[in-house]
Structures are given as C-alpha cells and as structure tokens.
Design a binder for this molecule. Structure first.
Ligand code: PLP
Length: 408
C-alpha cells in the first residue's frame, strides 16, 4: 500500500535486478511501427496528457492519483512520453517511476516553508529567463516545455505554463546581457528542456553564445536522454560537437530509468566527446535508499556518466510527499563514500532556500582540527591524525644522521 508518511525503502529493491540494463520495447504500443516508435516527434505527439488516456492505460490509478491528475493542469501539466510510460509497473503502487510522473493530490497541498520559487530565481534575474546568481556563470532558461513533467519540478511556477506565468524568453536580451558582462565565462542552458528544440534552433542559439569571446564553457541541463532517448540522434550529436567545450548534465533518479535505449543514447553523446554528468534529486518512494542509490550511480558509470550532484528536494509547493530528510540523505552519502568508486559518488547539496546557491552537505569526516593536527575518520570509522604546523607549512622531522651505505 502507498503510505506517503512512511520512510520505508522504495520497492523494486533487488540489487542484481536493479543493475540490469533492459529494454521495455514498445510495450503498450506493440502495434505501432518500429520506425514511429523510434521517432522522437512521434513520441512527443503521442504523449499521455489527459486523465482519460491515463485511466485507459492504467486502470490501477489510485484515488490520490486520480484526484491529482484531475487537478494537474492548474498546477503543472501532465505529460509522459510513451517510451517512459512503459517503465511504470502498473501493478505496483510504489513504483519509483510512477511517483515521479503521475500527478497526486498531495501536489495541491502547500506545506509550511514551501514556496513557488524556492531558489529565489526570479529575484536574481537581470533579464527574463536569465538567472545570475554566481559571479562567473549564468543559468539561461531556453523554454518552459519538457518532454515529460517531473512532479517535483523546482521550476513548476513557469514550466508547462499551467499557472499562467507566461514565460517568453527573449534570446536577444539574454545574449546581449551575457555579451555585456565579461565576467560570465560559463553559460548553462536549461528550462524547460533545451533539447526539445530542433537541431537548427538549438544550433543557432549555441552559435550566438560561442561567438562571445569571454564565454569559455557551455553546458546543457536536460532530462531528454531519460524521457526521450530517441531525440539523441546522430544528427544532434554531430551538431553539438561543433561547440566544444560543451558538457551535458542529465537527470536520472532511479536505476530502472537506465535502459538499453538510454545507455545507447548516452553512448552517442559520449562518442561526440561530450562529458556527461548526472543530477539526481533525493526523493522519498524513489531513491531514498542506499542500495538503490548505489545501483543507480554504478549504472551511471556504465553509461559513461559521472554522478555530479544529489539534490535535497527544493521546498517547492506540493512536494512534501516526495521529500526525504537531510538526515536520510547524509545516511545514504555515508554508505557511498569509500564503499564504491569515488567517481560514482555525487556531491550532496541543498540549494539554499531563498536563493543562496548550492551548499554542499556531507557526513562529518573531520573530527577535530587545531593548530598542530587534524583528526579524521575514514569510511570504516577508523581514526587517523594528520600533523600540521601552526603556520600551515609542512612539518619536517629533525634531520637524522644517514649512514653512508658501505660499498661492496
Ligand atoms: C546550479 C546553478 C548553476 C550551476 O552551478 P554549478 O555548481 O556550477 O553546477 C548556475 N546558476 C544557477 C542559478 C544555478 O542554480
């Protein structure tokens, strides 16, 4: 039974099953032509966007989901690609995929501390669609649309335009701001999902940004490789590789999302020389469990993706049912560092409520620190000392007599 109040581990929890790469094929859409199925535009045209479609495909809709879906278009639209819908286990109320994309009535409740703009983005926007929070880099919002909508979206105030925010970025103004601010060396395209644009539109925008001499580094934040791997065509990869250095951050939360289709799509991006990172959100019912998280990050490495950030869920209105505690997040991090490949371990961060930026939170490994030593513990709890001198220079031992070796 679904129990939003519990902290029980998410289901689907067998370590070797979690690590398997599977395809779910055409599933519900078995009579659709393979060529349609593999066409990203077909996937977008055939998204599940209404209660009627959802009920037909999933007669097991719970009362919470039914009520949530009825209200969804006033909050954050419902949209799920057929490909991603196939990953849902309709027989399992606690399916970790289901919790991410099927609306629930709890979304309409606003808990204490929750906000519509939890990271204070609007107040850090010098021009619409540009968030300039950090000294040397900007977040560039490209669109308010995504291939599918995550129910915990931190930008649900504008994404999908369900609440009438009416987001109309003006690229000319955004680009002009960057051009006139030489301190901006890093531009992060996000939204909405930038890869929803066709290749030509995206290329035009990337070319404008690349033409600015002080922009050293470009990156794209996207969940399309997970929701719509069909979009990662050879043509797209060939276009993107003209804009190096270009990094991509994907967004995957659960190992079941890493299918053979996703692995192949990520391989195409990696083969285009694009370094890949992943941003996960810590979500109750989805991945608030060390075994699930470990399977997820190890599987990401097998897809050539470096786990970058693990986010504490932002205080977005209507997300309380999906929020795990920071205590839980720290417990999971403790079970990762040292217990698996260092490359697999993400940085756990809280995006400071109100707009302070990302703040790393970590289990405590420094037990004490004073002028002459640091006392640390390792992943097994063993304690070690590292000596230092008060002025921070290395401590050299007093020279000892070294005897000349006798030559034979
Ligand atoms: C996350 C974020 C960035 C990028 O932060 P990094 O730590 O460099 O990945 C930039 N601007 C805004 C507003 C952000 O939220």
């Amino acid at each position: 039974m679904s129990n939003p109040g519990s902290e029980e581990p998410p289901s689907g929890h067998n370590a070797s099953l979690l690590k398997q790469f599977r395809t779910h094929g055409r599933g519900f859409w078995h009579d659709v032509a393979e060529s349609d199925w593999n066409d990203w535009r077909w996937q977008l045209r055939n998204r599940i966007t209404t209660l009627e479609q959802l009920q037909r495909l999933m007669p097991t809709l719970t009362p919470e989901e039914y009520a949530g879906t009825k209200l969804a278009n006033h909050k954050l639209a419902l949209a799920i690609t057929p490909y991603f819908f196939n990953l849902i286990d309709p027989a399992d109320e606690n399916c970790p995929i289901r919790w991410q994309v099927i609306p629930r009535v709890e979304e309409t409740h606003t808990a204490a501390w929750e906000m519509s703009d939890p990271c204070g983005e609007d107040s850090h926007s010098p021009v619409p669609g540009l968030v300039h929070r950090y000294p040397d880099r900007v977040l560039f919002l490209v669109t308010d649309r995504c291939a599918a909508y995550c129910r915990y979206c931190t930008r649900s105030r504008l994404v999908s335009n369900a609440t009438g925010y009416d987001f109309h970025p003006e690229f000319d103004k955004q680009v002009a701001y960057i051009r006139s601010h030489p301190e901006i060396r890093d531009v992060l395209l996000s939204g909405g999902d930038p890869l929803l644009f066709n290749d030509e539109r995206l290329e035009h925008l990337l070319a404008q940004l690349r033409a600015i001499p002080h922009v050293e580094f470009l990156r794209i934040g996207t969940r399309i490789p997970i929701f719509l791997p069909q979009r990662i065509t050879p043509g797209l990869c060939g276009m993107l590789k003209k804009f190096h250095p270009l990094f991509i951050s994907i967004h995957s939360n659960h190992p079941r999302e890493l299918t053979t289709e996703v692995r192949d799509a990520l391989g195409r991006l990696a083969d285009a020389g694009i370094p890949l990172g992943n941003q996960s959100v810590l979500l109750r019912h989805v991945n608030d469990d060390a075994e699930v998280m470990k399977a997820q990050i190890q599987k990401l490495l097998m897809c050539r993706v470096k786990p970058y950030y693990l986010y504490q869920t932002d205080l977005i209105s209507g997300s309380a049912h999906l929020r795990a505690s920071v205590r839980k997040g720290l417990e999971i991090m403790e079970k990762l560092r040292g217990h698996t490949t260092g490359y697999a371990v993400p940085t756990y961060v809280i995006d400071a409520p109100g707009g302070g930026g990302k703040v790393p939170v970590s289990p405590e490994y420094v037990l004490s620190r004073n002028a002459d030593r640091v006392v640390i513990r390792n992943f097994e709890g063993k304690i070690f000392e590292y000596p230092e001198s008060a002025d921070g220079t290395p401590q050299f031992a007093a020279p000892t007599e070294i005897e000349e070796p006798e030559l034979a």
